[in-house]
Design a protein. Structure first.
Length: 189
């Protein structure tokens, strides 16, 4: 359900773009990010860092797009977000007790210590790839191709990446029923 909630601004952006243009879509994106951030706060009682980052970047780059009437600013937004995520995941290899991916998925996977670092570096590479892909598509293709790539391509690539990880690491998935007994994973049986 959270995945669909996270897609809310993208769906609003796409719908506004198809119905109007990049400028209306940009304004709609800013509004949708604002609603998403407040909605999450209202339901969960706290803000999610990713929603806040996306909102701030949408306001800055979307605002520049609207004020300067230049769509290149909003096209740069995904690159900045993916690049920031890549750097954050990479930095977590050296700062803190655990890599970021272990902090995120530690309750779902029981991986050996060395595997967490490798998986984290896979996420670093994946986000760097998405940042590069956004620049490539934005600079070499039409605006509608970029909008379609941003709306569908990013989501499909993310799903494929996650499914590949589930296949590779399926034997390390944590069994929720075993957690009640004090054990952590399928491999502990």
């Amino acid at each position: 359900m959270k995945f669909l909630f996270d897609l809310f601004p993208v769906v609003i952006f796409f719908g506004a773009y198809i119905g109007f243009d990049i400028y209306v879509a940009t304004a709609a994106l800013i509004g949708a990010c604002f609603l998403q951030t407040l909605g999450y706060r209202w339901v969960q009682g706290s803000f999610e860092k990713m929603h806040l980052l996306t909102l701030v970047v949408a306001i800055i780059f979307g605002g520049a797009t609207l004020i300067l009437h230049d769509p290149n600013f909003i096209k740069a937004k995904p690159t900045l977000i993916y690049g920031s995520l890549s750097i954050a995941f990479l930095g977590s290899q050296f700062v803190g007790e655990k890599p970021m991916v272990e902090r995120m998925l530690g309750n779902a996977l029981a991986l050996p210590e060395a595997s967490w670092s490798r998986l984290n570096l896979c996420w670093v590479s994946f986000f760097a790839f998405l940042a590069y892909a956004n620049v490539f598509v934005a600079q070499r293709f039409s605006e509608i191709v970029w909008v379609n790539f941003k709306t569908f391509g990013d989501v499909i690539l993310m799903l494929l990446f996650i499914v590949a990880q589930l296949i590779i690491y399926r034997r390390y998935l944590v069994d929720p029923e075993l957690q009640d007994d004090g054990t952590d994973s399928v491999q502990d049986r």
